[in-house]
Design a protein around this ligand. Structure first.
Ligand code: NDP
Ligand code: OXD
Length: 310
């Protein structure tokens, strides 16, 4: 079988090396130079593919997303509807995200932004910090990434809750479900972490109304998608003190435009969509397992349900 690799942001040679090691029998081609005859492509491993590329491959049996999010595919009006789309669920990707979330939550909890500001003024001042068990962290999205991050935060003894569409049972995590329980989840959350997929239901979910339900002085960590957040609402809530600080990894427009107010905001930490990057050394093995499933005539997994949007 022939696998086409396409990404403008991932190094194709590193991926080729890991894919070859995991799939020695398969033909690995890198887009665009090695595309060759489109009819020969059986599978595509892609990140933000050019519109229409996937539709131009007539014998495609599976589309693998290089990332966990599939909004980069859902937004392609020409996405083939008869080819299974497989999202990235990879232990390395999950570990990276959990590190980012734990680091960000601890940074807010232990007031490191304020210590950095004090250091800049050469001020020796101890700031009070509650025990983690008194700090209420809330994780929006309890899927592959959110559930792992919530478990890690609970292991650090934070008072952790999570919110998803369906009810979850995660030891040490108070689980809320569905739109009806969003309010209860928000009002008990001091540090809010967003790990939702971007869908029509979740677009703009971090807005004046929802962030306004958090206790005054709450912190926000958005590592999901920029379009979850209404930027102007966050800026306004930072001004009023409703939101004390934010850590933002994802933005409406990436790279974040140089004149965007987040860059210079003293209480916003910007990272460049780097919360977790799919590591080829682990993910090539995940792809290989799915290619073997296809070779056996089985379905790859997990397949995206575009009815739900993720
Ligand atoms: P999953 O599909 O495994 O989990 C999604 C979770 O969100 C599920 O718990 C789901 O609920 C919940 N959810 C979806 N829609 C709603 C809704 N309307 N209301 C309440 N809960 C909802 O995704 P992952 O955990 O693998 O990834 C999450 C997102 O993280 C990705 O889509 C991507 O956008 C982002 N990401 C960002 C990265 C970065 O570097 N910044 C890296 C990787 C991912 P249920 O379980 O009931 O279905
Ligand atoms: C992803 C991402 O979805 O990198 O994996 O954002």
């Amino acid at each position: 079988m022939t696998l086409l690799f396409q990404s403008k942001t991932d190094d194709p040679e590193i991926w080729r090396r890991h894919l070859r090691a995991a799939l020695p029998e398969e033909d690995i081609r890198v887009y665009p130079d090695e595309l060759g005859d489109p009819a020969e492509i059986d599978m595509a491993l892609v990140w933000h593919p050019p519109r229409g590329l996937l539709a131009s491959l007539p014998n495609l049996k599976a589309i693998f997303s290089l990332g966990a999010g599939v909004d980069h595919l859902a937004s392609d009006p020409e996405l083939p509807t008869d080819v299974p789309v497989v999202r990235m669920v990879d232990p390395g990707l999950t570990e990276g995200m959990t590190e980012y979330v734990v680091l960000s939550v601890l940074r807010h909890h232990r007031r490191f932004r304020e210590y950095a500001a004090l250091q800049a003024e050469h001020r020796w001042e101890e700031l009070p910090v509650p025990l983690a068990r008194s700090r209420r962290v809330g994780v929006m999205g309890l899927g592959e990434l959110g559930a792992d991050a919530a478990r890690a935060l609970a292991a650090l003894r934070f008072d952790v809750a999570g919110w998803a569409r369906s009810r979850k049972d995660i030891p040490g995590v108070t689980c809320f479900a569905g739109a009806k329980e969003l309010g209860k989840f928000l009002t008990r959350t001091d540090i809010l972490v967003c790990l939702l997929p971007l869908t029509e239901d979740t677009r703009g979910i971090l807005n004046r109304a929802t962030l306004g339900e958090l206790p005054k002085g709450a912190c926000l960590v958005n590592a999901a998608r920029g379009a979850h957040l209404v930027d102007e609402d966050l800026l306004e809530l930072l001004e009023t003190g409703q939101i004390a600080e934010a850590t933002l990894d994802v933005f409406h427009s990436e790279p974040l435009p140089p004149d965007h107010p987040f860059w210079d905001h003293p209480r916003v930490l910007v990272t460049p969509h780097a919360a977790s990057v799919t590591p080829p050394e682990t993910a090539a093995k995940v792809i290989a397992e799915n290619v073997r499933r296809l070779n056996r005539g089985e379905m790859p997994e997990p397949i995206v349900d575009f009815g739900k949007g993720y």
